[in-house]
Design a protein around this ligand. Structure first.
Ligand SMILES: [Zn+2]
Length: 281
């Protein structure tokens, strides 16, 4: 796991969602594994201050992020970035497309606040994540981001909630546009608690096939692999991420896995780990 980066680990506390580990425990485990870093995600709090405190103690190992689940507030995004957040998410659980009411488009056109978030993240060299946006919202976000020059991470395009058909992924792909494909997305929903060949959770073969096909067609160069773990019923995030990378090595060569698990996430975040183009220090 040397030098790998997992941009999607859920640490606690996080509102009423139970988490397996605290931010600190996640960072500690990542460091122990020799990872270059992780990004801490929480649906209900900005993790930036937490990340800073942890890094003061452990050395730079994690970065904070903010999910705009209180509404599309450019000022809140700017404050988070100023204090060190490396990723701004459009709404997740509070998105209209999920369990909330936050809209980022009106009749298919991005609201001005959403455009402002894209502008300021571009100015500050920080990427945005599409969060739990609908397909229509995702397309609007990516189109505008391309115009402005903002890097975008289109999150789990294989999941039903945020599904993006292959043809549309190909159209959205471009400079600075990444597709984040998550290990948790491979969980077989029919057997959530069954022991599997991985010792983790049962892998959904169809989901795996679709993910591999999407990567092949859209490109290794635009794919970021992440765990999306931290739920109490799932395996330790670091272990799950390692298993995911090994699974991908059955379909992609070592350099390709390195690109998707290390180089691309590093560059998407603004090369905060100071890698060379090939991903070495
Ligand atoms: Zn997540």
């Amino acid at each position: 796991m040397n030098g790998f980066i997992d941009i999607h680990q859920h640490g606690g506390p996080d509102g009423d969602m139970v988490r397996k580990r605290t931010d600190f425990e996640l960072a500690e485990a990542a460091k122990k594994e020799g990872m270059a870093g992780i990004v801490l995600k929480a649906h209900t709090r900005d993790t930036t201050e937490s990340a800073k405190k942890i890094n003061d103690e452990l050395g730079t190992i994690c970065y904070g992020s903010l999910v705009l689940n209180n509404g599309i507030d450019p000022d809140q995004a700017e404050r988070a970035i100023t204090s060190g957040a490396r990723l701004i998410y459009f709404p997740t659980i509070n998105a209209l497309n999920h369990k909330g009411s936050i809209k980022i488009t009106n009749n298919g056109v991005l609201i001005p606040e959403a455009v402002r978030v894209l502008e300021l993240t571009c100015e500050q060299n920080v990427p945005v994540s599409t969060g739990h946006s609908s397909l229509e919202e995702t397309i609007a976000l990516v189109d505008k981001a391309k115009e402005i020059g903002t890097r975008v991470i289109v999150i789990h395009p294989e999941l039903a909630l945020t599904f993006v058909p292959l043809e549309i992924q190909k159209r959205l792909a471009g400079d600075g546009i990444y597709f984040e494909r998550t290990f948790y997305g491979l969980r077989n929903p029919n057997y959530p608690n069954r022991d599997s060949r991985s010792g983790l959770f049962e892998i959904d073969d169809q989901a795996l096939e679709l993910m591999v096909e999407n990567i092949r067609n859209v490109g290794v160069s635009s794919t970021i692999l992440s765990s999306d773990l931290g739920q109490p019923w799932n395996v330790e995030p670091v272990q799950g991420f390692r298993y995911f990378l090994d699974l991908m090595r059955k379909y992609f060569d070592d350099n390709e896995v390195l690109q998707m698990g290390r180089v691309n996430p590093a560059f998407a975040l603004g090369n905060v780990f100071h890698f060379s183009e090939k991903g070495g220090k």
